[in-house]
Design a protein around this ligand. Sequence first.
Ligand code: SF4
Length: 263
Amino acid sequence: MKFIKTNKRNIIQPCGLDDFNYQIDPYLGCEHGCHYCYTQNSFDWSDEIQTYENLKEKLTAELASLKPQKIYLGMNTDPYQPVEEEFRRTRKVLEVLHEHDFSVSILTKSNLVMRDVDILKDIPGASVGVSIAFQDDLEKKLFEANTVPNSDRISALKDLKREGIKTYALICPVMPYITDVHVLINQVRPYVDSIWIYPLKIDSVEDENWKSTKPILEQHFPDILEKFQEVVFSIDHVYWDELRRHLKDVNNDVVIRISSENH
Ligand code: SF4
């Protein structure tokens, strides 16, 4: 994997999520390489990951034209992918945001976020979400081999909450007939303020994430391949309706939302 620096685009980008105007991806590309990742359709990052040149100066200049607000980190790539341990670009982003009175909401699959708990505690309103899609690490390894084990992610949520940081879980993507949403809700609910649930939605058999996911299903889950395919290509499928209905019946002490968006 090559890591290169770029100055070709602004660090701060518009964010399509409710409650956020802007987002930052400290890295363009993601070493986690999840087979289902929809961003494979927009970027080719099979052999390189980009990061920004003169990050501190460039971000400071871009922030100067904005009012302090909460910025989202983790929209298209994981801010705590393994390279962050050495490059510390995400930490630098946090330092600059904090220096200019901006807040942050982070989404990651890694417990490396705990390294930055000192600065997160100092940022008013900071929140951290951890995403998780599999109750079983053997299945996790098939679809997202380069991510940390689920137990490490849940421990991170627990530790963040203990440190007083607002936390949420993203059960994402729900892989039909593989992800047990109820098991995952029960695993994360003691440590989070809210839980978001995102189905796996794929638009076309030509999409890169389908081409990458299908061979795993063929080899390891041949019995569900056909019905899996029917469900992920139709967000109106009865499978999703039933999931929504079951979730309504669950007596929850955290806010649970199911979104029809794909993450
Ligand atoms: S799903 Fe997230 S963690 Fe996985 S490759 Fe895509 S951006 Fe990285």
